[in-house]
Design a binder for this molecule. Sequence first.
Ligand code: HSE
Length: 400
Amino acid sequence: MNIGLFGYGVVGSAVYNVLNHTPTLMASVVKICIKNPEKQRDIKPGMFTIDRRELLDNPAINVIVEMTDDAEAAFQIVKESLQKGKAVVTANKKMVANHLPELIELQSLYNTPLLYESACCASIPVIRNLEEYYDNDLLHGVEGIINGSTNYILSKIFNENLSYEEALKKAQELGFAESDPSLDVEGHDALNKLCLLLVHAYGVIAHPTVLLCHGIHRLNHIDREVASAQGAQIKLVARAVKQQNGEVAAFVLPQFVKPPHLLHTVRNEYNGVVLTSALADEQFFYGKGAGGFPTASAILADLSALRYDYRYEYKKLLLQEPSVLAADVKLNVYVSFQDWQLLPVDAFEEIHEYYSGKSFHYRKGVVSMKKLKGSDWWKQPGVSLILQEDAILKSPSVIV
Ligand code: HSE
């Protein structure tokens, strides 16, 4: 394999490093395309170029590894690489989530593989497992902590009493956060990854803009106290869950999680994914979900898979009957707010508990996912929305 690398940040430099120490892969890096030539780097300058053509037009380069943070520029690079018959390994979840239909078509048109295990949960091999292993067993649900930065921040807040700002700064320093960290804390990164899980778990192609998503940026210290009082922590959870009618409900929301829930054990930059299926029951994937070397481990696994011509078949989408997204489900939520004006009178369908203090109020009850998607009161400063442990209200037929 003669490899062209795009990007030499936390992940790119780790991949370069690891490739140089993995002779069994018989892969060599020919050239690295970067954005900023002024930056001090630890390898000889002759390896770098700022001209993407030096990689894309080089017929000797047969594999492109794409690790940039610009989804649209990355898509053009990946598209041209596939058109030219260069296999692509990418860590760019936003690019894949935004362009899944085109990327699936390009792979088939040009008969060239695109692999992206590192784009979801970094070191955890969840995409390939969903694609290959969970092929026949009835998959009831995929539920996970799939963003390392937010889990790191929440762990530091809950376990070490750090402030949100301090914890975010540390996550950035450690190279877990995106270059634009709002992608992490507002839930978009987890949402992009959920879109990858959806296509490999259920054959559902969903653009990130159609799914309900909320991050951890509106949580306040009283939410934290409410969580602690009930023995819970708050985690950012992504889920895709099959409903009684076969439709799949999918969203990313902060949630109260307490023992013995498996996700309660997932700390710091670790990710965890719980799969529930008819025959195997509950299974738990756990591993580092962010950082240079954990991400490089999945990129290496993809490069290695290219050696035996592995490619995604998108079995659930192309070889089976794909599932459809649920238009609505009822969610059990907790909403805290500083001012009554912030809460529409019809926000809740049922109220189970409420508290009202001088400058802080909360309600617990049932809201409609569809109605939430169509409104934005819950995104406003001063409002915080958190899923309760029993996140999705079961329909009466299920209870019976
Ligand atoms: N910013 C991402 C995270 C990096 O924190 O999970 C790994 O995808």
